[in-house]
Design a protein around this ligand. Structure first.
Ligand SMILES: NC(=O)c1ccc[n+]([C@@H]2O[C@H](COP(=O)([O-])OP(=O)(O)OC[C@H]3O[C@@H](n4cnc5c(N)ncnc54)[C@H](OP(=O)(O)O)[C@@H]3O)[C@@H](O)[C@H]2O)c1
Length: 340
């Protein structure tokens, strides 16, 4: 009997937080791989705040997911059939598979993953795209160096937790901003951040002032909105503000027009500071070098990798995605697909 492929497709462009009716769940026969192609059964799907942006129409750094199309997602799966000479059956591979159980792809477009390097979950997290984002954002865009004061927002998330740890490894003083006491305790007790500020406790500006007596050299921002504003208010001379993301703005009801920008951007002028956005894909040619360094830190114990793994099926994707916007994950959020 032909196995069936469960899929989650974009049914409507959401306003605000995605709702169940913005998705369509479909089942199709698993396609046969053609010449040079492989059939992969997905085991882990990465959930990323950027997915919310891919659901919107308009110009971005990747084309929007089209209505009716399988939702875009990166993941790791195992090759179950191969018509490609260099990809063996049973080989784990990284692929932009979409939210579905099976994907057929050219064998040249899947990336073999070495299971001996680290658990597959970490290879989608601290030493995967999230770790690479932290690495290039902090070291290249932010030019963080020893003795800098580095502030990271979204600090208990996939990217933020690695950015803060790299800053600590490089000899910086590290301040994390995260939601809730438990996340803050994890940052200081387990990850070695110098200070953690709980933005949900209120009085963020005062808490950040107390946490940064020498002001901020690098502000690595994952959140935007009021948190970006608070960070800009504490910049030191020559500071670098790294715009990695702005999760607090991704579900703005009025779309991009409704995004809350910083009122105090003149802090950049006063402090001779710069603010720069980046997309990790632009560093693709250096991924291997950075991944090796991240894996080295992981093996030496300098870098702690944490994944928040939800066991389920592709049908759980819409619900699990919302965890990112509710702050329900610590570390990298992944959906592990049950074997069918
Ligand atoms: N530039 C790039 O190339 C690139 C690549 C990958 C990711 N990113 C960006 O990096 C950021 C982090 O991504 P990630 O994958 O590591 O996600 P993540 O941080 O693991 O998960 C999202 C976290 O954001 C926080 N959050 C959600 N809504 C918030 C709000 N309204 N205000 C403040 N905090 C909020 C929550 O933590 P709390 O409990 O602390 O609120 C939540 O756990 C995102 O902005 C993403 O778009 C950029």
């Amino acid at each position: 009997m032909t196995p069936m492929n469960r899929q989650v497709r974009l049914a409507a462009r959401p306003t605000g937080l995605p709702k169940p009716e913005d998705w369509e769940h479909t089942t199709e026969p698993v396609p046969d791989p053609g010449e040079g192609e492989v059939l992969v059964r997905m085991e882990l799907l990465s959930l990323d705040p950027a997915m919310r942006g891919w659901m919107n129409e308009g110009r971005s750094y990747v084309p929007p997911v089209q209505l009716g199309e399988v939702m875009r997602a990166e993941g790791i799966g195992r090759v179950v059939r191969s018509n490609h000479p260099n990809v063996a059956e049973g080989q784990p591979v990284r692929a932009v598979s979409g939210v579905q159980e099976y994907v057929t792809a050219s064998g040249d477009r899947v990336e073999p993953v070495d299971e001996s390097v680290a658990p597959l979950t970490s290879q989608l997290g601290a030493i995967g795209t999230a770790g690479l984002t932290a690495y290039f954002g902090l070291l290249d865009v932010g030019a963080a160096k020893e003795d800098d004061t580095v502030v990271v927002s979204g600090a208990a998330g996939a990217v933020g937790s690695v950015a803060g740890q790299i800053a600590r490894i490089k000899g910086c003083r590290v301040v994390g901003i995260a939601g809730g006491e438990e996340k803050c305790r994890w940052l200081t007790d387990d990850l070695g951040f110098d200070v953690a500020v709980d933005y949900r406790a209120g009085a963020l500006q005062g808490a950040l002032r107390d946490a940064t007596p020498d002001r901020i050299d690098v502000f690595f921002d994952n959140v935007g909105g009021e948190i970006l504003e608070a960070g800009l208010g504490r910049l030191g001379r020559g500071a670098r503000v790294v715009i990695c993301g702005a999760i607090s703005q991704y579900n703005a009801e009025g779309g991009i027009e409704d995004v809350h920008g910083p009122r105090n951007y003149l802090s950049l002028l006063v402090n001779r500071a710069r603010m720069e956005g980046f997309v990790v894909f632009d560093f693709r040619r250096r991924y291997a070098e950075a991944a090796r360094e991240l894996a080295g830190w992981l093996h030496s114990g300098a870098l702690v990798a944490r994944e928040h793994v939800v066991d389920g099926t592709v049908d759980d994707f819409p619900d699990v995605l919302l965890k990112l916007f509710r702050g329900e994950n610590t570390g990298k959020l992944l959906l592990r697909l049950a074997a069918s």
